[in-house]
Ligand binder design. Structure first.
Ligand code: UDP
Length: 342
């Protein structure tokens, strides 16, 4: 029998790409999502890509009763990948309680039911935000975490701690946190991708929407950083590469190759690109015009960060494969598909 994976937040950006890779590898998937930041049509797209429609249930995992009832009705789950969370940094500053309640309570409800129903494995979406601005680059897994800059960032740090403590306290529970760098791009089919509600906060969706004519111009936040061209540097990872890292982590848990009950890995490419380099690459590979203007720094932004991926490469046997060029092509192909641009 196929192993069954519960993917929370499975209709979202990273979740949907991961469901595709899981189904391609022969896993059965059940998605739980409240559709607060994604749409049900994603299921059609996943079915088109993989030939298989994942099971789906709509509810919010911070609801303890509904989460408990879900596990009562699904006794054959082998592992959970937990994506479902609020993720807007700025909004988390305005609405801290909503962020803590949604992100932390949903994790605790899942862990509680893992114990009750003997679901031994969880992969969790963490973020390089837990490193803040590191003193030394690139960051390894032993780079110390820094106090979070936002309630959102703090939910990731606290979630890691909860998983560590819970898996240490329960012999049969194992968890892996994947610390994502900056996920961008879309599936090569252009059938799934990032579709933010309202004005995008993130760089690549803002770029593709500007190229598509939905926004007047891109604002580049700051050109006075201590970087080669003065714009901020990030490690941009293709979302399909990132999705595949989840499948690898699931296989590690299912085959009990982990070294400790709780493990965490950097998931990036190991390469840092500046905002300006990314913008220029986007224009070049896609042959489009893009109006942009340099403005002041954005509050809370860090100057530069990129991953040391040695440990993830060695321990997981996983490596990012796609180039920035093909990733930015895929981002534009997706935006064109969404906006019906030829
Ligand atoms: N950025 C920008 N203009 C935008 C959005 C983002 O110049 O409209 C910059 C931002 O300042 C950062 C980089 O692009 O240096 C990546 O930002 P994003 O919000 O995508 O990810 P973050 O690293 O902040 O989580």
């Amino acid at each position: 029998m196929n192993k069954q994976i519960l993917v929370t937040g499975g209709t979202g950006y990273i979740g949907s790409h991961t469901v595709v890779e899981l189904q391609n590898e022969g896993f059965d998937v059940i998605i739980v999502d409240d559709l607060s930041n994604s749409s049900i049509e994603v299921l059609d797209a996943i079915e088109k890509i993989t030939g298989k429609r994942p099971a789906f249930e709509r509810f919010n995992l911070a609801d303890r009763e509904k989460t408990g009832a879900f596990f009562e009705n699904h006794q054959n789950i082998d592992a959970i990948i937990h994506f479902a969370a609020f993720k807007a940094v700025g909004e988390s500053v305005e609405k801290p309680l909503e962020y803590y309640r949604n992100n932390l309570v949903s994790l605790m409800n899942l862990l509680e039911n893992m114990k009750k129903h003997q679901v031994p494995n969880m992969v969790f979406s963490s973020s390089c935000t837990v490193y803040g601005q590191p003193e030394l680059l690139p960051v390894t897994e032993s780079t110390p975490r820094k106090p979070a800059e936002s309630p959102y960032g703090n939910t990731k740090a606290v979630s890691e701690d909860i998983m560590r403590d819970f898996s240490n306290a329960n012999e049969n529970i194992n968890c892996i946190a994947l610390r994502y760098f900056n996920p961008i791009g879309a599936h090569p089919s252009a059938l799934i991708g990032e579709l933010p509600v309202g004005i995008p906060n993130n760089l690549v969706p803002f770029i593709t929407q500007t190229a598509a004519g939905l926004r007047d111009e891109l604002k580049i936040f700051g050109d006075d950083y201590d970087t080669p061209d003065g714009t901020a540097v990030r490690d941009y990872i293709n979302v399909v590469d990132l999705a595949k890292a989840h499948v690898v982590a699931i296989n590690r848990l299912l085959k009990t190759k982990q070294k400790a009950a709780y493990e965490y890995f950097n998931v990036g490419t190991g390469n840092g690109y500046s905002v300006m380099q990314l913008v220029k690459t986007f224009i070049e590979v896609n042959g489009v015009d893009l109006k942009y203007q340099i403005v002041g720094r954005r509050a809370g932004d860090i100057e530069k960060i990129w991953a040391d991926t040695t440990y993830a490469n060695k321990e997981l046997g996983w490596e990012a494969e796609k180039t920035l060029e093909e990733t930015l092509e895929s981002a534009w192909a997706w935006e064109k598909n969404v906006r019906n641009i030829k």
